[in-house]
Design a protein around this ligand. Structure first.
Ligand code: AKG
Length: 270
C-alpha cells in the first residue's frame, strides 16, 4: 500500500520536473581488470547481449526521466571499453561515451592501476541534448583533463556528468577539488556519482557523489555510504554567474586558445 502511494507521489513529482538520474562508474561488476572481460556487454547488439543497458532503458522510459547510466565494460568486436550510455525519457539510447582517458597510474605504496591492460580508450568527446539540457559526459579519470570540460562548455553544455569511482588515495584530495574546479572554471553545473565504499572490495571507492553549481559551490553531496543525492538544478544561475564574472569575454584568445579538433576536421572535409 505504502509502496503504491510512494510510486504515485513519485510519478506526480517526476511529471512536474525534468529529472536526471546519474549512476556510477562500472556498476554491473567489480572494478578490476580481471572482471572487465567477464562483465562486458555488447551494447550495440542490445537486448539479451546487454541486460544492464536494457534495464536502464526500461527505467528511463517507465519513469520518464533522463538517465546518465554510469558505465559498464563494453565489448565491441575484440575490444573492451569503459562506456557510459545516456537514455532519454522515451527509453532510447541518446549517446554513448567511451572513456577517453584511461586510468593508468602508479603511486608507489598506494595505488597502481592500468586500465589499458584490458581497455581501449574512446576517441570522441560526448555532448548530448536531453530533456534536462545539454550534457557533457566524462568518466572518472576524464575529469582530470580540463580541456575536455572547456570544450564541452564551448559547445554549450549546461551540466557535466562524470560517473566515477575515485579511490582512497586520490579521492580525499582531488575528487571534490576537481569537480569544483571544472564547475568554477567553466561556470556550469557538475554532477558526479561514485559507488559507496566497500572496504572488503579489491578496489575501495572514496564515495561522495556530489552536485556542484556554476560558482564552484557544493550544492549537494554525501559521505561514503549508499545514498541517493537529490538536488534541484537552476540553469538561470549559469547566466547570472557569467554576467557577474564575464570570464568568456575576458579570455585572451590572442594569447591562448583551445582547438576543437573534431570541429576543425569536420570543417576541413566540407
Ligand atoms: O583520477 C583518479 O584519481 C581516479 C580515477 C579513477 O579511479 C578512474 O578513472 O577509474
Amino acid at each position: 500500500m505504502l509502496a503504491k502511494q510512494l510510486r504515485r507521489q513519485q510519478k506526480r513529482v517526476l511529471s512536474l520536473f525534468s529529472c536526471l538520474y546519474v549512476q556510477n562508474e562500472i556498476w554491473n561488476g567489480p572494478y578490476s581488470n580481471d572482471s572487465f572481460p567477464i562483465y562486458a556487454e555488447d551494447i550495440d547488439t542490445g537486448g539479451d547481449a546487454s541486460p544492464s543497458t536494457a534495464m536502464l532503458s526500461e527505467v528511463a522510459h517507465r519513469l520518464q526521466i533522463t538517465i546518465v547510466g554510469g558505465s559498464i565494460p563494453e565489448r565491441s568486436g575484440d575490444r573492451l571499453y569503459n562506456t557510459c550510455c545516456v537514455f532519454g525519457t522515451d527509453g532510447k539510447l541518446k549517446a554513448k561515451h567511451r572513456k577517453i582517458h584511461l586510468f593508468d597510474i602508479d603511486i608507489p605504496g598506494k595505488i597502481t592501476f592500468k586500465e589499458s591492460n584490458t581497455l581501449t580508450a574512446g576517441e570522441n568527446p560526448t555532448i548530448v541534448d536531453t530533456d534536462i539540457g545539454r550534457l557533457g559526459i566524462g568518466i572518472c579519470y576524464d575529469i582530470r583533463f580540463q580541456e575536455l570540460a572547456v570544450l564541452y562548455a564551448a559547445r554549450g553544455a549546461h551540466l557535466l556528468c562524470y560517473p566515477g569511482a575515485f579511490n582512497m588515495t586520490t579521492g580525499p584530495l582531488h575528487w571534490e577539488l576537481l569537480q569544483r574546479a571544472r564547475a568554477a572554471d567553466n561556470q556550469l553545473y557538475v554532477a558526479t556519482c561514485s559507488p559507496a565504499r566497500d572496504v572488503g572490495a579489491g578496489y575501495v571507492a572514496w564515495g561522495h557523489s556530489t552536485l556542484v553549481g556554476p560558482f564552484g559551490e557544493v550544492l549537494a553531496t554525501t559521505e561514503h555510504d549508499e545514498a541517493i543525492v537529490i538536488a534541484e538544478v537552476d540553469y538561470s544561475l549559469i547566466e547570472a554567474r557569467r554576467t557577474s564574472l564575464p570570464l568568456e569575454r575576458q579570455k585572451r584568445g590572442d594569447l591562448y586558445q583551445l582547438v576543437d579538433v573534431e570541429r576543425l576536421n569536420s570543417q576541413s572535409t566540407k
